[in-house]
Unconditional design. Sequence first.
Length: 255
Amino acid sequence: MSERPFSYSQLSMFSKCPRSYYYRYEKRIYLPTPFRLLDGQCYHAAAEQGNRALLESRALSSSQLTDAYMAKLAAGLEEQEVSAEGGEIDGAKDLAPRVLDVYERGVYRTLRPEAGGIEVRFDTTWDVGGTGVAFCGVVDMLNAGDAIVDFKAVARAHGHDQVRASPQLHLYARHFARRRVAHVQLVKKRSPDVFFVSAEPSVAQLDNSRDWAHRTITSILACRERNDWPVCDPESWACSLRYCDYYNICYRKGD
């Protein structure tokens, strides 16, 4: 059994750049949290509180959802070291009530979370090359409509095909034996939009994502054994200060 369970986030990071995975998960270099990640955590906290209220046959108002967002934001800024650009935090505080108002008046009222189906943590063991490997995850919501639901605070909406092709949703759907996957997309723009986008992946897509996860774990274990963590193509979009938190400490960029 591997020492620590793997998550989808780990596999995704390794696929983009093994070296950044090494810094984050092997060497455990923790950098200030980019504000965009804290902002996403705040929307998730608001959605979670709203979903738990639905289980009690009541719905939160948009102002209550906003209060949940703001409480998480205040706690995050106090507990975490956060990196933010000028005006980014104030801009998010201004936008959140409008996003959550659109959410409350539309998609929120249509959700039907299952009992025990909110923020469901799971772990399982896979046989990867004869080695027992632990995999874990957190499902935002199991919807009564038989869907795995992931909440996303995004700058632009993801289409049906993107949702249907999501490896993360595939892996979670396989674990819970669900056929449908869905995103609740809170689109953060001046005039916000909120969408519920669902899809039914094919069996081949589910199998391909499982095979991808197994191959990625095999590669991680091989890199760990060799102590060799290649860097991604320095000309790729992922190898940039905007998209890689470890850009400035990567050996190709200098320490």
